[in-house]
Design a binder for this molecule. Sequence first.
Ligand code: UT7
Length: 379
Amino acid sequence: MARYAQIVGWGMYVPSEILTNDDLASVVDTSDDWIRARTGIVERRIAAPKETTATMAIRAAQAALRVANANPTRLDLIIVATATPDYPFPATACLVQDALGATKAGAFDLSAGCTSFVYALAVGSQMIISGAYDQVLVIGAETLSRIVNWTDRNTCVLFGDGAGAVLLQASAVPGGVLSAVLGADGSGGDLLMLPAGGSRHPASAETVAQGLHYVQMNGREIFRFATRVTARATRQALDEADVNLEDISLFISHQANGRIIQSAAKSLKLPPEKVFVNLDRYGNTSSASVPIALCEAIEQDRVKRDDHLVMVGFGAGLTWAAVVVKWGVPLPVPRPPRWTVVWRRARYRWAAVRSYLHRLGRRILSALIGLFVRNNGSG
Ligand code: UT7
């Protein structure tokens, strides 16, 4: 029997602190007019000191599981799409797995620049369509404020923090993720990069002094690349899905620059009502931008059952990707009964206790082994 990967849950989280263009104009040589005119961004969210990519990913994931009324212990796989993980390792997805108490799930991070979420959606849906898994949680989460040079006006005005998540579920109902097109051109890797902190330039006092731990970008080149690939990838994904351009109900692009989105929409001859834009409020949240946009589109009643959506991303790598989704869930989703909310909260508390007990158990065991070895060694 044919299997389909339907999006059955969605959720987002953005930090509460808002940084406006005027705020930025007081720290670097820029202006609200310049930022609005060249990017379309008005404000962005900035993570609080205690917030990280994992904490935001967990909040978005919990919201997605709530919408789907899904049990985290039944998740098969968690993919966190991010360029700003909590650590190089362990994967942020493992931190999410632990916090959710997703005891049977595999977990890994996926890194494809700002395209990571769309890549992850393609990977997650194929895991389901192939029959390997039934439930895959795909999260896009970023804390870009931690890797931005706040004295570089070329980059610091662009980015924001946040997270979005979707729950993919196996279904016999035709639809869901119909096609995916992934692309890469590594020859453009130097156009958008974080030079230090990897094996090429391990973090050192020198790399920090040279500011190599900050995002470096050739904005003009990335702009040209993005306008080229966005419409092309969309057309290819539509061809693969056998869906006509006119049948797209909503075009959800990576929210990097309003001019890039407009250029793609113009090339695809999409009217404004079919193009979703929210970068004015969040800036470029990299891997989180597409799932956050999807959540807000749903909230604004711009998605209906059987609609065809296109989600398209581009970014560091260089990478690009597009997926076509036939929406399968009737909207709005009824609110889950109150007891399920309480039950879920208790479950997350238990996950935290369970994690603590595991760590404690490991510490006690290793102390006992140490004691045993010392006693036998001295004896
Ligand atoms: O997520 C994927 C990664 N990122 C992107 O997709 C970003 C893609 N690129 C862009 O969105 C645009 O290239 C930018 C918004 C980054 C820049 O816009 P632009 O229209 O391409 O500007 P530009 O780089 O050609 O710079 C024009 C001028 C320059 O001054 P001069 O050399 O003409 O005197 C810049 O120094 O604007 C200056 N400039 C600024 N002025 C005020 C650059 N940044 C700022 C700023 N405020 N924040």
